[in-house]
Design a protein around this ligand. Structure first.
Ligand SMILES: Cc1cc2nc3c(=O)[nH]c(=O)nc-3n(C[C@H](O)[C@H](O)[C@H](O)COP(=O)(O)OP(=O)(O)OC[C@H]3O[C@@H](n4cnc5c(N)ncnc54)[C@H](O)[C@@H]3O)c2cc1C
Length: 402
C-alpha cells in the first residue's frame, strides 16, 4: 500500500473484508489486520437474505456467489410430530427485491470471494498473522498494537473498525459493555449428504419440538449434490466430547429421521449461543461492526446478514467522513440506525424464532402454530411475515432513522 491507511479494520471475517472492500471502492486506503494465518474455514453462516444480496451486488460479490450458491425460494416451519405447519414463498415479494429467495452458501466460500475482489484494489492491504492486542486514541488518530511474525508492531490510522468477532478485543479495549445473555443450551451442527428433500423438506426448514427441535439447511459444499446441515440443541449438562462423538451424532440424526444404515457425516461442530448487543458501537475514532457489535442465535439467519448491513452502512458513512464531505456526527447515525434495528429486529425475532421452536407445552405450541397459520392465510399476512423474516423491514426501519 502506497499511502498510510486512513482506516484500519481488525478482523478478516466476512464483515471486516466487506467493510474494507466498500471503503476501498470509495478510494479510502485500508489496512486489514487478521490474527489467523489465512482466511478461516468457518462452518457457521450460510443463509443470505435479499437486502444483503442487494448490498453486495455493486461490488460483484453477489454475482460471484450465485455461481455456486443454492437459491431457496421456499422454506418451512414444521413440527416434529404434526409435520408441515406453514411453507413460505419468498417469491411473493418479488416486486420488492431482485433476489426473492434465501441464498445458501457457506461463510468460508463467501470470504474468498470478497478477498479476491480486495486483491484487485491497490489501496488495501490484508495482513494475516497480525493479532491485534491493544489500541490508543488521540484527537487526530488511533494507534493499534498487533502481535505479528516480526514481533510487536504499531499501526496508525484516522479510524479503526473492530470487526473482530464476538470475543472482540477492540470492544474490550474501548470498555464497551456487551449487554444480553447466553442461552443455557449449545447448538450442535452435523452435515450429511443424506437427502431430506424426498421426505417433503424444503432446502431450509425449522422443525419445532418440545424436547429436541431441529433446523435444516441445504448447502452447496464442494458442488452437487451438496450437503444438508442439521442443527440440534444440546442440553447444558452434556459434555462437548459426548455431543461430538460418532454415537451421539448418529443417535440424534436417527432420532430425527430414522433410516437404514449409518448417516455419513462430513462435518460436525458445537457452538455456544448468545443474545448480546454492545452498549455503543462507537468510542471516538473506533467503531464496531458485525459480531463484535452484536450476537444472536442463528434461527432466522440474522447474524452475518446484520453484519453485512453494518459493513455497508458504516463504510458509506465513514468514506464521506474520511473525504471531508461530512462531519463525524454521521458515524453516530450509523450507530443509531444499526444498533436500533439490531435490538428491534435481530434480537427480538431471533429470540422469538428460537422460543417458537422450543416451546414446551401443547398450549404454547398450538398458539404459535395458530398465529403462523393465520398469518399465512392472507396475502397481506404473508407479505408482512416475509418482510420481517427477509430483513427488508429492518433495513427500511434503519433507513428511516435520522
Ligand atoms: C451455527 C451457526 C449458524 C449461523 N448461521 C448463520 C446464517 O445462516 N446467516 C447469518 O447471517 N448468520 C449466521 N450465523 C452467524 C454468523 O456466523 C456470524 O454473524 C458471522 O460469522 C459474523 O461475521 P464477522 O465477520 O462479524 O465475525 P467473524 O466471522 O467471527 O470474523 C472475525 C474475524 O476476526 C478475527 N479476529 C479475532 N480476534 C482478532 C484479533 N485480536 N486481531 C485480529 N483479528 C482477529 C478472527 O480470526 C476472524 O477472522 C451463524 C452462527 C452460528 C453459530
Amino acid at each position: 500500500m502506497k499511502n498510510k491507511p486512513q482506516v484500519i479494520v481488525a478482523g478478516a471475517g466476512p464483515v471486516g473484508l466487506l467493510t474494507a472492500l466498500a471503503l476501498a471502492k470509495c478510494d479510502i486506503p485500508v489496512l486489514v489486520l487478521e490474527a489467523e494465518p489465512g482466511l478461516t474455514l468457518d462452518l457457521r453462516a450460510g443463509t443470505y437474505h435479499p437486502p444483503s444480496l442487494e448490498m453486495m451486488a455493486p461490488y460483484g460479490v453477489t454475482d460471484e456467489m450465485l455461481k455456486t450458491a443454492i437459491k431457496v425460494p421456499r422454506w418451512q416451519i414444521r413440527d416434529r410430530k404434526a409435520g408441515l405447519i406453514v411453507e413460505w414463498d419468498v417469491s411473493e415479494i418479488a416486486d420488492l427485491t431482485p433476489y426473492p429467495y434465501r441464498l445458501h452458501l457457506e461463510q468460508h466460500r463467501l470470504t474468498p470471494i470478497i478477498f479476491d475482489k480486495l486483491k484487485a484494489c491497490a489501496n488495501v492491504e490484508v495482513r494475516f498473522s497480525h493479532d491485534v492486542t491493544g489500541l490508543s486514541q488521540a484527537s487526530d488518530k488511533v494507534t493499534v498494537t498487533a502481535e505479528t511474525p516480526a514481533g510487536i508492531e504499531k499501526y496508525e490510522a484516522d479510524w479503526l473498525v473492530g470487526a473482530d468477532g464476538g470475543r472482540s478485543i477492540i470492544r474490550k479495549c474501548i470498555g464497551v459493555e456487551f449487554e444480553g445473555f447466553t442461552w443455557p443450551e449449545r447448538f450442535v451442527v452435523a452435515s450429511t449428504i443424506y437427502d431430506y428433500a424426498p421426505h417433503g423438506y424444503t432446502l431450509n426448514a425449522y422443525v419445532a419440538d418440545p424436547d429436541e427441535w431441529a433446523a435444516l439447511f441445504k448447502m452447496p459444499d464442494d458442488g452437487p449434490p451438496g450437503i444438508w446441515r442439521v442443527i440440534f440443541p444440546v442440553p447444558p449438562e452434556e459434555e462437548d466430547a459426548v455431543t461430538l462423538s460418532e454415537e451421539t451424532v448418529e443417535r440424534r440424526m436417527q432420532g430425527f429421521m430414522p433410516k437404514a444404515g449409518r448417516y455419513p457425516i462430513k462435518y460436525k461442530s458445537i457452538y455456544r449461543v448468545h443474545q448480546r448487543v454492545a452498549k455503543d458501537f462507537r468510542a471516538g475514532r473506533v467503531l464496531l461492526a458485525g459480531d463484535a457489535a452484536h450476537l444472536n442465535n442463528p434461527m432466522g439467519a440474522f447474524g452475518l446478514n446484520g453484519g453485512i448491513h453494518d459493513a455497508i452502512n458504516l463504510s458509506q458513512k465513514l468514506a464521506k467522513v474520511c473525504r471531508g464531505e461530512a462531519g463525524d456526527a454521521l458515524l453516530d447515525l450509523y450507530v443509531r440506525q444499526r444498533r436500533t434495528v439490531n435490538l428491534e429486529y435481530v434480537q427480538e425475532y431471533s429470540i422469538k424464532n428460537l422460543k417458537r421452536l422450543a416451546a414446551k407445552t401443547d398450549a404454547e405450541r398450538m398458539a404459535n402454530f395458530d398465529e403462523l397459520r393465520r398469518q399465512a392465510a392472507t396475502r397481506e399476512g404473508r407479505r408482512e411475515f416475509l418482510l420481517v423474516s427477509s430483513m427488508i423491514a429492518s433495513v427500511r426501519r434503519a433507513n428511516a432513522i435520522i
